[in-house]
Design a protein around this ligand. Sequence first.
Ligand SMILES: [Mn+2]
Length: 340
Amino acid sequence: MTRYGQMFGPDITFLGVDRCDLNDPGSYAGADVVILGAPFDGGTSHRPGARFGPNAIRQTCYLPHDGSRPSLAMRVDALQDVRVLDAGDVETYAGDIEGSLRAIEDAVARISASGAIPIVLGGDHTIALPDATGVARHHGFGRISMLHFDAHADTGHIEFGHLHGHGQPMRRLIESGAIRGDRFLQIGLRGYWPGPDILDWMADQRMRSYEMTEIVHRGLDTCLTEAYDIALDECDGVYLSVDVDVCDPGHAPGTGTPEPGGLTSRQLLDAVRRTCYELPVVGVEIVEVAPPYDHADITAYLGNRVVLEALSGIARRRRDAAEGTRWDPSQPLLDGRRPE
Ligand SMILES: [Mn+2]
């Protein structure tokens, strides 16, 4: 496994955190989180370009790349309070799906086996299969649930004559037993795919999918609370998969298969933060950031902040567990009217 860092620009790390080498277990021993790039977009059905996602997510920020990001809302500095390392990119080739999936799964499995949480920067959504499988190899098949933010269900069977692609990873994960169909929670679906045959298959798996109309009608927080209950039932951990196209194209234009009418970036960031604070998250991925279609780096900035919200939620969860405290989202940051 080679560090593939120079292929898409300088070999940088996420906002300047320390680097590690997955070939040298000592270099990431004791890490809480290991960030991994998976610059693979050979599974896209429409517009490619997510291979440029990892480095865009790593570097798109207007603050110094100094390995420090104090969260105003959570009052933690996730890059300092937990040990976050960046293992660079996995070598993938868009024309070799199976070989790329094997390399990604092996890399993620190494991170999980070390006890760290992998945060994978995609890449198209094909990588959800090796990402979640690599985590399940450590935590146990059927022992982790899936919280999947996406405009699309990604439960296709055979597309373009292939079993693997960015519209199919969720079906493959259920078929393999890595994740139970009835512990699969999908948030933000909308639009005009898939059709009734695939929906029937999903119903047979007892998946729970929250389409945007239900989310608008009931409220995102209500839906999340319900999804969290299902996710924790008979499972030890939660895998968080964020396809940036869950957000409205106005909030995330840089993606391959945009679908109008999605979440706001505010909703997504709050949901990621809350998920990583309230649930035992054992793996995270942010996929489908495709810089060639971005405008003013809107989507790259969002991808960077999704990672930071996940990290801040994880950091605050650990601090509160150690100190017996609890984060209160209604607390003001500053309130000069409040007596001392
Ligand atoms: Mn997807």
